[in-house]
Design a binder for this molecule. Structure first.
Ligand SMILES: Cc1ncc(COP(=O)(O)O)c(C=O)c1O
Length: 394
């Protein structure tokens, strides 16, 4: 059976051949770790990591590559930003659209006296910049929002929120887990102080990669300390970037792959990637919206969303639909809450969640047609079959 991979919001697949080649070459040829030895292999590893930093900085319009800090994933980048920046008494403006990678660190930070306001969203997941502005108080020290929702696909107006942040002199942390590599982002024009990105989703790099961009006016407390290759004589963590935040050996093969992913996207052009993703999203939405008994979530207008599409079939448990899609159609989806529980209160799908289909540049029109046909078939048979469960999603 043909396999259709529609779980790119979790991690993208397949990766471009250039990414696989770059990881392979790093594993085959680079015995050293960046900054850990003067021999040729170690220097080559240092150069690979340095170049990757430069390419990422260029891609996101960041003036200083040393302010691109490599992490394991978006979660680690968000934790570095939140734990590194917030202090007792600080207030954070955030939204109900956030992933647990923001909600949980903020919950943990409550223990040291950090408070937050979660701005409500419209039923399709939209938040107006003026709602963010209204939530600001005298103690507000950070604004943090997603760029694209990993449940509804809704894209928040980060430029407008960035304007609010600038107007009030409050740094803005953007969780670009669902948009980096898919939607153009320029940290300067969008007024972003901190940008958290996975390397393994839209940027098409391997798992175990991600980064945090930190603007020049932000200083974070490093939340790990240790060997940095250089500055070994110091008893304390070096102040210099990027070493201040990058203790321990790097994931050099992963970073080499991430750089190859960024090059792949830059060569095609992020606008082209976005255009193709929008086209496929449109096809999928058009096909799904007319299926009787199916409920789609998030905006229908593809200018306001990314290719992350959640739905439910009335009377069917999302887990069952997900299993049927895979067993009968070879379609890899994801079902449940997608680590963003508050979003499901907004769209009325808590606690069962949704079935989520998430696209990538590599999906095809025929895969979308096949998916629509399979979902329609499951919806048609749903009520009368043993798959039916009493669970009705509102
Ligand atoms: C909106 C959002 N934020 C953060 C994350 C965490 O990303 P990672 O898996 O790279 O830690 C995800 C992952 O799905 C996400 O969708």
């Amino acid at each position: 059976m043909q396999q259709v991979y529609l779980n790119n919001a979790a991690t993208s697949f397949p990766k471009p051949p250039q990414v696989v080649k770059a990881v392979n070459e790093a594993l085959l040829n680079m015995g050293g770790s960046p900054g850990r030895g003067g021999q040729r292999m170690s220097q080559a590893a240092s150069q690979t990591v340095r170049q990757a930093r430069e390419e990422i900085a260029r891609f996101f319009g960041a003036p200083d590559p040393r302010r691109v800090i490599f992490t394991l994933n978006a979660t680690e980048a968000l934790n570095l930003a939140l734990h590194g920046f917030l202090r007792p008494g600080d207030h954070v403006v955030t939204t109900v659209m956030e992933h647990n990678s923001v909600l949980r660190p903020l919950k943990t930070l409550e223990k040291i006296g950090v408070t937050s306001t979660r701005v409500e969203a419209s039923p399709d997941g939209w938040v107006e910049p003026r709602q963010i502005e209204k939530a600001i108080n005298v103690n507000s020290r950070l604004i943090v929002t997603i760029h694209g929702s990993n449940v509804t696909g809704t894209m928040l107006p980060i430029e407008g929120i960035g304007d609010v942040a600038r107007k009030h002199g409050i740094p803005y942390l953007v969780d670009a887990a669902q948009t980096a590599g898919i939607v153009p982002i320029n940290v300067k024009t969008a007024g972003i102080s901190l940008l958290a990105c996975p390397g393994h989703k839209g940027l098409l790099g391997p798992q175990g990669t991600g980064f945090l961009y930190i603007s020049e006016d932000i200083d974070l407390e490093p939340y790990k300390q240790g060997g940095t290759g250089a500055y070994s004589e110091l008893e304390t963590q070096p102040e210099i970037l990027p070493e201040r935040y990058e203790s321990g050996s790097h994931n050099t093969p992963g970073i080499a792959g991430l750089a190859a992913g960024v090059r792949f996207i830059a060569d095609i052009g992020v606008d082209q990637i976005r255009a193709k993703e929008k086209h496929l999203t449109e096809l999928l939405i058009k096909g799904l919206r007319d299926i009787p008994g199916l409920r789609l979530y998030g905006p229908l207008d593809t200018d306001r969303r990314v290719g992350v599409i959640s739905f439910n079939i009335n009377g069917m448990d999302p887990a069952t639909v997900g299993e049927l899609l895979e067993d009968q159609g070879g379609i890899i989806s994801r079902h449940g809450l997608h680590c963003a529980p508050l979003v499901h209160h907004v769209i009325g799908t808590f606690p069962a969640g949704t079935v989520r289909l998430s696209l990538s540049y590599f999906n095809t029109e025929s895969e979308i047609d096949h998916t629509v046909e399979m979902v329609a078939r499951i919806a048609r048979r749903g009520y009368s079959s043993p798959w039916y469960t009493a669970l009705t999603v509102s």
